[in-house]
Design a protein around this ligand. Structure first.
Ligand code: GLY
Length: 442
């Protein structure tokens, strides 16, 4: 079987590993840079920008894959799955109309509202009237109504940097309004909503249009530095517990999140006539009473995928085929009962002024951690940084404590101008999260 994989980060390295594990897949990779891990696993590796659809289609015409798997958000949002389908290549990724679940925050909020699905905050969408949204059309009043607890969301993809939160990135209503105007100028629309207090978690699900099969929930760490300090990043590390839950969650939280995803998948079909086939990645938050929806992504999370695919017991190719055939209900999808901790090693200065072009040394690694390459350049004399998250290490053990030690030892052994978050997955940090939820829920 031939599979076309689009994307070249650690997420796609992990996907490539899962696809090739069963030994029945010939992998054809397409990405903007040569990922050394994917390169090892691929039969052929085509270099090209992920938004160069002409090049992707030419490669697909030549390869004639049985199906495609698309890693990053941008090509999914721009409809690469639609174009591949015209060549009779189905994708484990949604068509453009349903990919709006990620690319348009207003679409998703309105969908959840229209179909009376639980989980939405108080929210309003403001449109461009005269090139800006100002007090006249109610932005300031709504920010005031939310009493300093507001979130301003750009209504389009901004590489994970489109969402700004009061008390975090926005100091007051003036800053909230200014950012809302910026969003309006860029996308013609902005979503302003109530900020939730609680603990965030990612629940990614395999979805075949009708059936929803959850992966273990994961908690990501967006901030660059220990103690959740510093600028937002693509994600510095993540963990998931051996019982396929998280220490601060109740089973009812997971049930509620699952129900939201099921109902949203159904609503998407009713609304658009297209089935969502791919990965629905719900960004949820456990609050005082139950669970709320922060946003959906229409792809695997990075780093979250590295917590789940390495412990998937079921053949991932079977899962992909069931997604495409609409038969996920007939497949037993199982994960090992293992705790996982993933930590990224990133260049000094990341994310604002990352170093690039420096050599790093990972050969001294003496641990059982799995390793996934991201933004690195493999040259004849070694591995070089290329200005974003470099390498991810994943500890997979019986307990979170052990998994964290394995991931940490691997990160600590890397030499070069790099850093990582030592606190991801530690008992100390997890205890704080558990206590926060205990206080909130009483
Ligand atoms: N973990 C963040 C993301 O994949 O968008």
């Amino acid at each position: 079987m031939k599979v076309l994989l689009i994307g070249n980060g650690a997420r796609e390295h992990c996907i490539a590993e899962a696809l090739t594990k069963s030994g029945r897949v010939e992998l054809f990779a397409y990405g903007k840079a040569k990922n050394p891990g994917i390169f090892q696993l691929a039969r052929e590796y085509q270099l090209g920008a992920v938004n160069d659809f002409k090049a992707i289609l030419e490669f697909a015409k030549k390869v004639k894959p049985d199906f495609a798997l698309i890693g990053p958000d941008d090509p999914i949002a721009d409809g690469v799955a639609d174009l591949l389908l015209e060549l009779d290549v189905r994708s484990v990724a949604p068509l453009k109309t349903v990919a709006r679940l990620e690319s348009s925050k207003s679409f998703t909020r309105d969908l959840v509202e229209k179909y009376k699905i639980q989980g939405n905050p108080l929210y309003k969408i403001f449109y461009d009237t005269h090139g800006a949204c100002h007090e006249l059309n109610g932005v300031r009043e709504f920010l005031r109504e939310l009493k300093e607890n507001f979130v301003v969301k750009a209504d389009g993809l901004m590489g994970g940097k489109g969402v700004r939160v009061s008390g975090d990135h926005l100091a007051n209503e003036e800053e909230g309004e200014a950012y809302a105007n910026e969003c309006i100028r860029k996308f013609g629309r902005v979503v302003i909503e109530e900020k939730f207090i609680g603990q965030e978690f990612s629940l990614m699900s395999f979805v075949d249009g009708k059936h929803v099969v959850d992966m273990p929930p994961v908690q990501d760490h967006k901030r660059a530095f220990a103690g959740d300090k510093g600028p937002n990043t693509g994600g510095m590390g993540s963990y998931s517990d051996a019982n396929h839950s998280l220490p601060f969650l109740k089973q009812s939280d997971l049930d509620e999140a699952h129900e939201i995803t099921e109902r949203v998948a159904e609503a998407l079909f009713k609304e658009t006539g297209a089935m969502f086939r791919g990965i629905m990645y719900g960004g949820f938050i456990a609050v005082k009473k139950g669970v709320r929806l922060i946003e959906y992504n229409a792809r695997f999370g990075d780093p979250e995928v590295m917590n789940v695919l390495p412990i998937l017991k079921t053949d991932f190719v079977d899962v992909c085929e069931a997604i495409l055939a609409g038969t996920l209900n007939k497949l037993k999808v199982e994960f090992e009962k293992k705790a996982t901790v993933c930590k990224y090693v990133v260049p000094e200065g990341y994310p604002d002024n990352p170093r690039s072009g420096d050599k790093i040394e990972i050969s001294g690694r003496r641990s059982s951690a799995k390793m996934y390459y991201s933004s690195v350049d493999q040259r004849a004399d070694g591995l070089y940084l290329s200005s974003s998250r470099a390498v991810a290490f994943v500890g997979i053990e019986n307990t979170l404590h052990e998994a964290e030690k394995v991931a940490e030892a691997a990160c600590a052994s890397v030499k070069g101008p790099i850093f990582h978050r030592e606190d991801v997955g530690t008992s100390e940090l997890i205890k704080k999260r558990v206590e926060m939820m205990r206080e909130l829920r009483g």
